[in-house]
Design a protein around this ligand. Structure first.
Ligand code: NOJ
Length: 567
């Protein structure tokens, strides 16, 4: 293996700044709050922080509707705060990674304001405009990702514009070279500020098909998900290679792009030396409950049978990035429910399951991405009314569920499970008021269980998820197993076992074997492959070879047999 890059050896921590730490009493987190917690992040082995958008925004989609790519929203602080964060992080060997949202802008961006003003202004074709059909209806029957038509009528221009997401997020027209140049310039602005990389939002949607055609309806509203009509349109890679050349090449940074719908076998075209990015978030493991697409109300919920599938897709992603590219390992982000509910039944204990999953996160091949609060085992919420939810997608999906014939009670249950607000409740720092997140009224309620699940209590509890995450970070960073965990190859073990995800990492003269029991039952396994191995780490005290207790994960370290032969 060639020399490793810094970002392949480190841990990336994702921060949703609005929910991280409020230093002003406004009820919303801010950039100085992130700076204040850099030392905390260091205890988790973090070498890069991915900040979700902090740019000026009307906040229709909490910052993913950007009104200016090269400034800071006043609710988060100032450009000086941002510069201070970058500098303070650098002192601690942490790099700041910005979120580039380049499929769309806010409808309050000055580019869109100009574009919509007439059909012949200088930015007239910076967005995607189409005439109405003869009966005045939208050009196609595409449903936006958040629900409702993907087209909105503009009185001023007497045309419809396309939006893959909310009405307030018009899609940019990437076919126009001037649009692409403007986007590259904005990214270069942040490189000049010294950022360590980019996470690139919703990238699979930037290229649209040549012809806009109706699709076969997939819901009671007579519409079809826009995702199935435009994602990963041929020709997209040409844009992305240009993006790489114009912005990323030649910098010591990393790029990770969000690419829902790209399959593990396609990864080779997207990542690596010949690909467009260093890493790609593909969602094959988090989408298992959505076999037929996007509607939350059609999802299956978590079932123990899905463990087999989970193993398969994780292995497929590991294999797809074995020779080319690199895998960003993640189980949570700001769009997903909390992982302690995602992959485990409702009655399981987050303090136990979070440690089990952490073991997998830190021992797979790739860079672990940790989402704020995951290290505490933070759990989902379940609020009484739909009005209590802030997430725009939750509201759209609730409406869709009603249209599909669900009762309000049933629809709310769906939101309880899938709402993105599950991941967005304030970070739980202390046992004190509002979990130490704010001195004001938090923009989203703090989770009821915060006294039990917060940094203050977990830092003192030897068995807590937080201390376990810290331990895993140390093991991956230095010591006998570090080389294997950072560089070793991957082989799945026990592929037929329906409950246990097991794999071996091997590098030089050593190997590490991880065994993770996803079931509520004790599992007996054949321990021949780990004869003579020493226990490296386990998620529960008192592990014994050959037996895994419910939701237990173990890792064994061993020397290879002479001559590097496998046992
Ligand atoms: C993906 C982001 O992660 C999500 O939060 C956002 O709503 C959409 N892209 C639209 O930008």
């Amino acid at each position: 293996m060639k020399d490793m890059k810094w970002w392949q050896k480190t841990v990336v921590y994702q921060i949703y700044p609005k929910s991280f730490l409020d230093t002003t009493g406004s009820g919303q987190g801010d950039i100085p709050g992130v700076t204040k917690r850099l030392d905390y992040l260091k205890t988790l082995g973090v070498g890069a922080v991915w900040l979700t958008p902090v740019y000026p925004s009307p906040m229709v989609d909490n910052g993913y509707d950007i009104a200016d790519y090269t400034a800071i929203d006043p609710s988060y602080g100032t450009m000086e705060d941002m510069e201070e964060l970058i500098a303070e992080a650098k002192k601690r060997n942490i790099r700041i990674v910005m979120d580039l949202v380049y499929n769309h802008t806010s409808d309050k961006h000055k580019w869109f304001e100009e574009s919509k003003s007439s059909r012949d202004n200088a930015k007239a074709d910076w967005y995607i405009w189409r005439d109405a059909r003869p009966d005045g209806s939208a050009p196609t029957n595409w449903r936006s990702i958040f629900g409702g038509s993907a087209w909105t009528w503009c009185e001023e221009r007497q045309q419809y514009y396309l939006h893959t997401f909310a009405e307030a997020q018009p899609d940019l027209n990437w076919e126009n070279p001037a649009v692409r140049q403007a986007l590259y310039e904005a990214a270069n602005f942040w490189l000049d500020k010294g950022v360590g990389g980019f996470r690139i939002d919703a990238i699979v949607y930037i290229k649209k098909p040549q012809e806009f055609l109706d699709g076969e309806p997939d819901g009671a509203d007579g519409m079809v998900s826009i995702h199935s009509m435009i994602a990963d349109t041929p020709g997209i890679l040409d844009f992305l290679h240009e993006f790489r050349r114009e912005v990323f090449d030649g910098h010591d940074i990393f790029t990770v792009a969000e690419a829902n719908g790209v399959e593990p076998e396609e990864l080779k075209d997207w990542v690596g030396e010949k690909g467009a990015f260093d890493m790609l978030f593909e969602f094959s493991h988090t989408n298992l409950e959505f076999p037929d697409g996007e509607l939350w109300c059609h999802a299956t919920g978590w079932k123990p049978e899905l463990v087999k599938k989970l193993k398969e897709v994780l292995s497929a992603s590991q294999q797809a990035t074995a020779e080319n590219g690199w895998y960003p390992i993640f189980f949570e982000n700001h769009d997903q429910m909390r992982s302690v509910r995602h992959f485990f039944p409702d009655d399981s204990d987050p303090k136990i399951t979070s440690k089990m999953l952490a073991t997998v996160l830190f021992t797979l091949r790739g860079t672990p991405f940790l989402y704020e609060g995951q290290e505490l085992g933070m759990d989902n919420v379940a609020w009484d009314t739909i009005e209590a939810y802030n997430d725009i997608s939750s509201h759209g999906q609730y409406e869709l569920a009603l249209e599909e014939g669900m009762t309000p009670h049933e629809a709310l249950k769906v939101i309880h499970r899938y709402s993105r607000d599950n991941a967005r409740t304030p970070m739980q720092w202390t046992k004190g008021r509002q979990a130490g997140f704010t001195k004001g009224k938090p923009w989203l309620p703090v989770h009821d269980d915060y006294r039990n699940c917060c940094v203050e209590s977990e830092a003192l509890d030897e068995t807590s998820p937080l201390l376990y995450y810290r331990k895993l970070a140390r093991i991956r960073e230095a010591g006998d197993a570090a080389g294997v965990l950072q560089q070793g190859d991957y082989t799945e073990l026990l592929p037929e076992n329906p409950d246990v995800y097991a794999f071996r990492r091997r590098f030089g003269c050593r190997q590490v074997v991880t065994l993770a029991n996803f079931s509520r039952y004790e599992v007996i396994y054949d321990a021949k492959k780990i004869e003579g191995a020493e226990l490296l780490v386990s998620s529960q005290e008192g592990s014994a070879k050959g037996v895994l207790r419910p939701y237990e994960a173990v890792c064994y370290l061993m020397e290879n047999a002479k001559g590097g032969e496998e046992k």
